[in-house]
Design a protein around this ligand. Sequence first.
Ligand SMILES: C[S@@+](CC[C@H](N)C(=O)[O-])C[C@H]1O[C@@H](n2cnc3c(N)ncnc32)[C@H](O)[C@@H]1O
Length: 351
Amino acid sequence: MSEELHARLRQRGRASVDFLANFGFGMSDLRNSVEEEIQRIVPDPDALPDDLDQRDARMQQSLGASQAYRATQAVGEWMATHHGLVAKHAFEEVREEMEPILKKFEQGGSTVEANPDMEAPAYWDGVDFHRTAGGWDEHDYQGYIHADIVHTRLVAKTFPGGIFAQRRMVAALPPKDHYDKIIDMGCSTGHFTRALQETYPDAEIYGVDLSLKTIQQAQRLGNANGWSWKLYQRPGEDTGFEDETFDLATSYILLHEIPADTIKALFKEAFRVLKPGGDMIMSDVTRYADLDKLAMWRADAGAKYGGEPHWRASASLDLAQIARDAGFVDVTAKAFDPFKYPYVVQGHKPE
Ligand SMILES: C[S@@+](CC[C@H](N)C(=O)[O-])C[C@H]1O[C@@H](n2cnc3c(N)ncnc32)[C@H](O)[C@@H]1O
């Protein structure tokens, strides 16, 4: 994020955001107590029900008497419902001084093609992803609020592993040193697009996303750094580009946001728009197959109560097979330690 784009929050907004971020750390003792309780009541994770809903019901019932668990649940619920509001209020306090800066960076080499007539898919439109009322496009500056406040000041501090370093690591995985034309599907506010541009400085980068507000923020990020990104409000599964246009097709944590059929369509679309010999890299959340039953319950419960309606289905898929079915060859899949995250599928289109 360019310094000028990074809001100087007022004391109240900054304190509220910092409070949320730090509260997560302050809860570590409580979390440890819950962990001990879980170890006590689940001596053998393999004995838990196979069905994920039944497993959750069993865990909720067994943990219901634990005060520590009830406290962590209440705090989790409060954070899930309030982080978006806290971020929005923090932005509103500085809106007047930030608006001219945000408008300034809407000019430049990075462009946005809005698609007001697009009929947004039912799985996306009006869904409160991440428990943010109204979802991705709720506020005029939702993309900015998300990138500068939620991601940079909250998620980056509390999510394990360094969310920006992870993107840079994945961007460097494709096999060639140079790509002429890259398409980043579900580019959102441009965090991964940025990692791609920094890794392949001469590449011409295209981004598609259903959310206009987030690609407007990607545009500001691109312009603030002197990059010329071509951003389109279009679905990743139907990008509208000609066959054989790109040398590299990517997505970063898009797949768990879309239903299984759309994931399959997205891989096929990536295959279609790639030139022969082009590379594909899709990176997403931890596969359930890489987790034991208890870890899977934790991930699944986190997704369920955190406003991620498609996570379970997506995390249960065999993405490497889906890539092969779409036509990709030499497909590999790798889960990165210590959290088996991100999960990265790569392959290429035959020459
Ligand atoms: C978690 S974000 C992606 C993050 C981004 N790639 C990054 O590196 O920060 C998910 C994005 O996918 C977008 N999205 C959801 N379904 C989509 C689809 N079918 N086609 C394109 N974008 C989609 C959402 O609007 C949202 O901006």
